[in-house]
Design a protein around this ligand. Structure first.
Ligand code: ASP
Ligand code: MG
Length: 424
């Protein structure tokens, strides 16, 4: 069994879905589990639905849903397929939009993150429904699977943690009971379900890569391929740095470090399960599937890896100062990190002095605000947003200085192979 993951950009329009079919045709004879994200910018749009609903603006929520319905309908109409099958696909897809609509016309007082996951999951349910339907129309027999029946999580909505033993037993059962077919199986990335409930969870934005890796691990898959709009893993974002180059091979360790620091080509949680079972990860271009891309695998001999630049935008510095000149020490830190953990906020960097402490986090008001409320009775808290976090790996100091010149450095942290800057 191979696992393929297609992200939103690869299926953003009819041409993309037809291209997915073309790529699958290059692998006839293989059994493949295809993991797909929501189409194009659907997840962002669903976030707008949620925000409108949550703030009591039903008409706006409904309007966004109708725009999404239209977008998916147009996409289906663009697919080359038998007209009666197209009509059938249009009406079966409508069911999802009707459900969404029914949900948001009723007011809600549920917890924001929980509502978020119930709504946002529709993006993946809809995309896989359309893709599976299209493949059927193209005579590619395939099985559609609801990932929530296999991926068991806790109830940290928007950043749910995997219950590995239950998830593994579900997926092993699925494979053993002929729940997977020889050929193509299609499922959703990003979504799971709270153990023993009907509540949907999500694994964190861009979490579909992680889903692919979870299935691969539990199935003991041969390999995983992430199909991207770039030729593979690059040493910098080509939109920001024209000199960016593709890296042919990476070790799991190097890949995990890069993604940890925010290289957005692969979701950070993807590597570990694959490394644990020695499953190779390919990153390849869906635009040029004939090219080799990057392979991430076990590399035992010493290698020097190319210099990398990883830029994370929309960052915020949160500073904590003690009120009475007492030290910010273990007890206060455990309070801060406890709250961060509860809310699923990642501190990309932390730095402390005697009476103050600073962290750099993603600027997400729906997480940061409750966090600040939770800790502000203990510290003086101040924030500065609109920042970026740069991580430079394997760079010479001279190159470093050139890269950051003209920017204001608010925080700097150095380790053996990386230096990080929070820049204004
Ligand atoms: N659709 C989700 C997102 O945009 C998950 C993913 O793309 O991996 O975050
Ligand atoms: Mg996406």
């Amino acid at each position: 069994m191979k696992v393929f993951k297609f992200g939103g950009a690869s299926v953003k329009d009819a041409a993309g879905v037809m291209n997915l079919h073309r790529i699958l045709s290059l692998f006839t004879g293989n059994s493949i589990l295809v993991v797909v994200s929501a189409m194009g910018k659907t997840t962002n749009k669903l976030e707008l639905v949620i925000q409108a609903w949550y703030t009591g603006n039903t008409p706006e929520a409904v309007e966004h849903i109708e725009e999404l319905r239209f977008y998916h309908q147009e996409l289906i109409r663009g697919l080359e397929m038998d007209l009666s099958q197209q009509e059938a696909l249009l009406s079966s897809t409508d069911v999802f939009f009707n459900e969404l609509r029914e949900m948001v016309v009723k007011p809600t007082d549920a917890y924001y993150n929980q509502i978020y996951d119930q709504i946002v999951a529709y993006g993946e349910l809809i995309s896989t429904h359309i893709i599976s339907g299209y493949l059927n129309a193209k005579q590619i027999a395939n099985r559609w699977l609801d990932a929530r029946e296999f991926i068991v999580t806790n109830d940290t909505f928007r950043d749910a943690r995997i219950n590995w033993s239950k998830t593994e037993s579900n997926i092993v059962k699925l494979a053993n009971n002929e729940g997977l077919i020889d050929g193509i199986n299609v499922t959703q990335g990003f979504i799971g379900r709270v153990d023993g409930t009907k509540l949907t969870t999500t694994l964190g934005r861009e979490g579909s890569d992680f889903t692919a890796s979870i299935f691969a691990y539990c199935l003991g898959a041969k390999d995983v391929t992430i199909w991207k709009d770039v030729p593979g893993v690059l040493n910098a974002d080509p939109k920001l740095f024209p000199f960016a180059e593709k890296i042919d091979e990476l070790s799991y360790e190097e890949a995990v470090e890069m993604t940890y620091y925010g290289a957005s080509v692969i979701h950070p949680k993807t590597i570990k399960p694959l490394q644990n079972k020695g499953i190779k990860l390919y990153v390849r271009s869906f635009l040029k599937p004939e090219l080799e891309g990057t392979v991430i695998r076990q590399i035992d001999e010493w290698r020097s890896f190319p210099p990398c630049i990883i830029v994370k935008k929309n960052q915020m510095l949160i500073s904590f100062a003690s009120r009475d000149f007492s030290f910010v020490a273990e007890e206060s830190l455990s309070l801060i990190f406890g709250e961060l953990y509860k809310l699923g906020i990642k501190a990309h960097i932390s730095q402390n002095s005697a009476i103050s402490f600073r962290i750099c986090v993603d600027e997400d008001p729906f997480k940061v605000q409750p966090f600040i409320e939770a800790v502000s009775s203990h510290f003086d808290v101040s924030t500065e947003g609109g920042l970026s976090l740069w991580t430079l790996r394997h760079q010479s100091e001279k190159l470093e200085k050139g890269l950051i010149s003209g920017k204001t450095v608010l925080l700097e942290q150095r380790s053996k192979s990386a230096v990080q800057y929070v820049l204004r």
